[in-house]
Design a protein around this ligand. Structure first.
Ligand code: BGC
Length: 281
């Protein structure tokens, strides 16, 4: 048997042009999953706002790549946990692009700690960015979607929100109580909001990624030993790539998924299938 490697067997697939003329904002789009999603939305024909809070050069590089697809792109620095900055960001986007059709509320971080040592600052930081940040961004998006309504030449829906959740909205995670709580909160935020705004033709859904190769979890995949241990949790036998999440986001943002409302799409290689029970139980 060959030694598990950190090389992915993820397919390289073209992104269909399902989003021509739509205006999208992706939070935390300077790296990782957010970067992958922003690029795929642009490849699918959307104009894209790249939100970021650190690393201006990385955000600019995403903007440059997006412009190479022939779409409009701009970066906006804003901390999603800060109400004034979020309100100003949406105002700036609407002034520049005219409106908003798609929000991907993606910005998220980890501040891991054993529970007894977890500081209030670590707790508040994670809840502030991961959960309150999604509330603030979704609220501004809903305000714009409901002001504008459906434009049939653009989309069947008045707007689409995709909340970036995690397998940890379901799987408890020792040493990460703040992060798992934020993702459990996103589940109820997404479903309650989806129920409330569906009559306005606004579709709210979530993606729950499993282990994706990004900077947030480098320690889980960057050595052969770590990768091998990770694979005991992934029945499909490979790590996820940002493109795996990005293609799901394009579909959820497009009219191809028009009847999908309030759903969490798990993109996790089977991580939520209780892989330990394949041989135990
Ligand atoms: C976390 C990663 C982790 C993955 C699977 C994600 O939500 O951010 O650090 O590898 O879940 O456990």
């Amino acid at each position: 048997m060959t030694e598990p490697s950190t090389n992915s067997t993820a397919p390289k697939l073209a992104v269909p042009r399902l989003l021509t003329g739509q205006k999208a904002i992706v939070t935390g789009a300077n790296s990782g999953i957010g970067r992958g999603v922003a690029l795929a939305l642009g490849e699918a024909g959307a104009d894209v706002v790249v939100n970021y809070v650190v690393d201006d050069a990385a955000a600019q590089a995403v903007v440059d790549q997006l412009q190479a697809f022939g779409v409009k792109a701009m970066k906006i620095k804003a901390d999603v946990s800060d109400e004034d900055q979020v309100v100003a960001m949406f105002k700036q986007m609407i002034e520049a692009f005219g409106t908003v059709d798609i929000l991907v509320a993606n910005a998220g971080l980890q501040r891991d700690s054993a529970f007894k040592d977890m500081t209030l600052a670590q707790w508040n930081k994670v809840i502030g960015v991961n959960l309150t940040g999604q509330f603030l961004c979704a609220r501004e998006a809903v305000r714009e979607f409901s002001r504008r309504g459906v434009v049939p030449s653009i989309s069947c829906a008045a707007g689409k929100i995709i909340c970036m959740s995690s397998v940890h909205q379901e799987i408890p995670w020792a040493g990460h109580a703040n992060y798992a709580s934020s993702k459990g909160g996103i589940k109820q935020l997404m479903e309650s909001l989806a129920q409330e705004v569906a009559p306005l033709k606004i579709r709210v859904n979530a993606i729950a990624p499993g282990a994706i190769r990004t900077p947030i979890n480098t320690s889980a995949w960057s050595t052969p030993e770590a990768y091998k241990a990770l694979m005991t949790l992934v029945p499909y036998g490979r790590i996820g790539e940002p493109e795996d999440i990005a293609r799901a986001a394009v579909w959820l943002a497009s009219d191809q998924s028009d009847y999908v409302v309030g759903t969490t799409l798990f993109v996790d290689g089977g991580m939520t299938l209780y892989p330990g029970f394949a041989t135990g139980g």
